[in-house]
Write a protein that binds this ligand. Sequence first.
Ligand code: FMN
Length: 151
Amino acid sequence: MAHFTLLVGSTLGSAEDLADDLALLLQKYGHQEVIHTSPQLDHILIKPQHYLLLICSTHGAGDLPDNIEPFYQQLLEQQPDLSGVKYLAIGLGDSAYDIFCGAIKTLAKQLDKLGATAICDPLTIDVSLEDPPEVIASQWLDPWLKKRVDP
Ligand SMILES: Cc1cc2nc3c(=O)[nH]c(=O)nc-3n(C[C@H](O)[C@H](O)[C@H](O)COP(=O)(O)O)c2cc1C
């Protein structure tokens, strides 16, 4: 059993819905999770042994949703050592926009810079595709959940 901290960046609710669906998937595998919809740096510093799962849409012109901007600013200002943090990242976006899934890329780049370890490349989901985000994200996460998990 592992613990996951889910940090959500969302404006219209889709990324929140996806987090709820993935929480159910994690529970199915016997893991524990906590979802934060007003993410703060403390949420990952207090529980560095948790896997971090970032789920974030993009708004404006490649920008972060307002609710996750404080978390990003804390990363920039406090420059914490995240060398013990392992993370997965999922971006929601629409490829009709010039900067596709810019927010999750911005966040992942900053986490990498601060020493966090990406378990794999971020998943970017084009919401204009036919498959709903929860199907695409579950298919992506499921094999990894089956293979891994340190106690
Ligand atoms: C005003 C607006 C601006 C957007 N800008 C972008 C963008 O720059 N890049 C992108 O990939 N998607 C963009 N999107 C698409 C959203 O990221 C996508 O609809 C996502 O599913 C919204 O998730 P949310 O409901 O969690 O906020 C934009 C959507 C809106 C409504």
